[in-house]
Design a protein around this ligand. Structure first.
Ligand SMILES: *Cc1c(COP(=O)(O)O)cnc(C)c1O
Length: 732
């Protein structure tokens, strides 16, 4: 490859820069799925990743005048060399219509048909001669779309209307951790489910397991041969769709179909935020998926019949159907009922799942609930993005850590090795230089590469508390202004992330960050000591650049709100120290590395719960803490927005009177902890020793470990480290 590109007069690094991100997810959820595909291939598990081939992925973020502006992500414009259309596996998907209850069975009729065209992308394992498939579906109008008898008069309009059908895979909904009940989104969810299940069943039938009988498929072995892992509730329709196929199409009896469905499906919960949970209006199902609505009602009725011994209020809480001003279907409840395993994505999150969100279900079927702490693939998040660090690790412990990350533990022998300490510090400095050069080249932004790189990158969300970071920046700024002669640790604070286009508060947070930057970066009293950079268009390719350059990783969500986080793991593996709350996987990172090797601060889940009982009063903190009051007053009075002094009043009003995420309650502890960060940073040797301890203890957070657990404890298969023989491709 290298030689080919040279012969063509191309530089591989330049080519890499031109390559488009496949931005087919919003944040951590989609990235996790991608890491899992890498691990499954590397562990020799024959798995498929299914999804939608969005024509437009997550929007490109521009920052204009400090505000976020969205631009369509036309990632397929110049073609996509990695994919192959497979028209021979195209499948029909039905929508709308009505249900006919006939003597010889139930029929879903008068439907509108849309075709699902699969595009395959190879997923190679790491040096094991295994290649899996990611299969993404694209919506295609059938040739007779809209050309029914009553439409023959308007041929032109009918052809133009093909767009309507093909809109299903047009664009990714850009919300992260937020449910928006739009019909097109529900169509997307059924589209991927219906196409995928047909694909799976076709493959099962053509295997030696499915064809005992030439007319009637034997599905007894289906759950032994097929495992469907539901990545959040987005593919929850798999459960009623499997039931529809088994009962209506394959004429299986209900109880048997339900048993097979349950033993096939497993559900991963990714969030406990109520606003993120999918609750679809029944009215939408009546119109779009009438048969599925009947099936969901039947599933719910049988479930409630079994649960009838519990109190009536519990019964209502456990229903799939929520009554109220608008009847809704609770997709998480459907998933819990229709799966044999339910898991959270970090230990603390799995406990919350059992003890709060799904407590009623846990009380009745505790054996179904599991934990699978998230992970990241070390191939992308170490070897690819940080070759310098990878190299010096390999020099010490060999290369096997890339497929067995627990081997990083061996680095503990080198914590006091002066040469290794120097090498680790040197690689970090080189990464910082390189990233600084990138910022100059791309954005004409100059930063000081010897300052501390304090990095906070993730989707912009109130629960992730970018505002807490803002309060720290303002506090530092005020301290330097107040006592400019004192010595300060120079910091470059970099914050990046996309705001959902409809999320007003998140967009205001971006404008606040850029406004603070405008004041701080142009204040001659501050000079080189503090810079604030908003990293535009945070995405995987930017993460791969900034994370290896980071000194400090900001993981400061309110305890109990971040299910796991995976950004935290990427930073740890790349030699940044973490300042964080006891939330998500931070808890296990601290356990692995020792709490004294992270900067842990703030309320624990128990403290947050106690505060909720008592009532959180932000004003109390504002009145008591002068530096906090000064910062809030500055935001409120237009110090950072002289052209529009009232611009940030929504933010201040939220923080003071209805802050669900209790920013002020953690302010003091956070500022104090940041002081400890500065102290350690002044001692580069001690800092780097902690870095080495962190890297050495990050092995748990390989997605290979995560996938091994899914394989053994949910799917009932055993990963294999053996390298299969290479295929014998004859050469001409
Ligand atoms: C890893 C990753 C995320 C998830 O980050 P969190 O800090 O866990 O929210 C989001 N976006 C991108 C581009 C990532 O690479």
């Amino acid at each position: 490859m290298f030689y080919f590109s040279q012969q063509l007069g191309l530089d591989l690094e330049e080519l890499e820069e031109i390559e488009e991100d496949a931005g087919l997810g919003n944040g951590g959820l989609g990235r996790l799925a991608a890491c899992f595909l890498d691990s499954m291939a590397t562990l020799g598990l024959g798995a498929y990743g299914y999804g939608i081939r969005y024509e437009f992925g997550i929007f490109n973020q521009k920052v204009v005048d400090g505000w976020q502006v969205e631009e369509a992500d036309d990632w397929l414009r110049y073609g996509n060399p990695w994919e192959k259309a497979r028209p021979e596996y195209m499948l029909p998907v039905h929508f709308y219509g009505r249900v006919d209850h006939t003597p010889d069975g139930i029929k879903w009729v008068d439907t509108q048909v849309i075709l699902a065209m699969p595009y395959d992308t190879p997923v190679p394992g790491y040096k094991n001669n295994t290649v899996n498939t990611m299969r993404l579906w694209s919506a295609k109008a059938p040739n007779d779309f809209n050309l029914e008898e009553f439409n023959v008069g308007d041929y032109i309009q009918a052809v133009l209307d093909r767009n309507l059908a093909e809109n299903i895979s047009r664009v990714l909904y850009p919300n992260d951790n937020f449910f928006e009940g739009k019909e097109l989104r529900l169509k997307q969810e059924y589209f991927v489910v219906a196409a995928t299940l047909q694909d799976i069943i076709r493959r099962f039938k053509s295997s030696k397991f499915g064809c005992r009988d030439p007319v009637r498929t034997c599905f007894e072995t289906f759950p032994d041969k097929v495992a469907i892992q539901l990545n959040d509730t987005h593919p929850a329709l798999s459960i009623p769709e499997l039931m529809r196929i088994f009962v209506d199409v394959e004429h299986m009896d209900w109880d048997k179909a339900w048993d097979i469905t349950k033993r096939t499906c497993a559900y991963t919960n990714h969030t406990v935020l109520p606003e993120a949970l999918e609750r679809w209006p029944v009215s939408m199902f009546e119109k779009l998926l009438p048969r599925h609505l009947e099936i969901i009602y039947a599933i719910n009725q049988k479930h409630l019949d079994v649960m009838a011994f519990v109190y009536i209020d519990r019964l209502r809480r456990m229903s799939v159907i929520e009554e109220g001003d608008c009847k809704r279907i609770n997709m998480a409840h459907l998933c819990v009922i229709g799966s044999h395993a339910i898991n959270g994505v970090a230990r603390i999150h799995s406990e919350i799942v059992k003890n709060s969100v799904f407590k009623d279900f846990y009380d009745i079927e505790p054996e179904k609930f599991q934990n699978k702490t998230n992970g990241i693939t070390p191939r992308r998040w170490l070897l690819l993005c940080n070759p310098g660090l990878s190299d010096i690790i390999a020099e010490k412990i060999g290369e096997d850590f890339l497929t067995d990350l627990s081997q990083l533990k061996k680095l503990l022998d080198f914590v006091d090795d002066e040469a290794f300490i120097r090498d680790v510090a040197k690689v970090k400095q080189e990464n910082k230089q390189k990233f600084s050069a990138y910022l100059v080249e791309q954005y004409k932004v100059k930063i000081n590469p010897s300052s501390m790189f304090d990095v906070h990158v993730k989707r912009i969300h109130e629960y992730k508390r970018q505002l807490l970071n803002c309060l720290h920046i303002i506090t530092l700024y005020n301290r330097i202004r107040k006592d400019p002669k004192k010595s300060y640790v120079p910091r470059t604070v970099m914050i990046g992330g996309k705001a959902a286009p409809g999320y007003h508060m998140a967009k205001m947070i971006i404008k606040l960050i850029t406004s603070i930057g405008d004041v701080v970066n142009n204040d001659p009293y501050i000079g080189e000591r503090l810079k604030v950079i908003f990293l535009e268009n945070y995405r995987v390719s930017l993460a791969e650049k900034v994370i290896p350059a980071a000194d400090l990783s900001e993981q400061i969500s309110t305890a109990g709100t971040e299910a796991s986080g995976t950004g935290n793991m990427k930073f740890m593996l790349n030699g940044a120290l973490t300042i964080g709350t006891m939330d998500g996987a931070n808890v296990e990172m601290a356990e692995e590395a020792g709490e004294e090797n992270l900067f842990i601060f703030g309320m624990r889940v128990e403290d947050v719960e106690a505060m909720d009982k008592k009532g959180y009063n932000a004003k109390e903190y504002y009145d008591r803490i002068p530096e906090l009051r000064q910062a809030i007053d500055q935001i409120n009075s237009g110090f950072f927005s002289p052209d529009d002094p009232g611009r940030f009043r929504d933010i201040v009003n939220m923080l003071m009177y209805h802050d669900r995420f209790k920013v002020f309650a953690d302010y003091e502890a956070y500022i104090k902890c940041q002081g400890q960060v500065d102290q350690l940073y002044m001692n580069p040797r001690e800092w780097t020793k902690k870095v080495i301890k962190n890297i050495a203890c990050s092995g748990k957070f390989s997605s290979d470990r995560t996938i091994t657990e899914y394989a053994r404890e949910i799917w009932g298969v055993e990963p294999s480290a053996v390298k299969i023989p290479p295929p014998n491709i004859p050469r001409e």
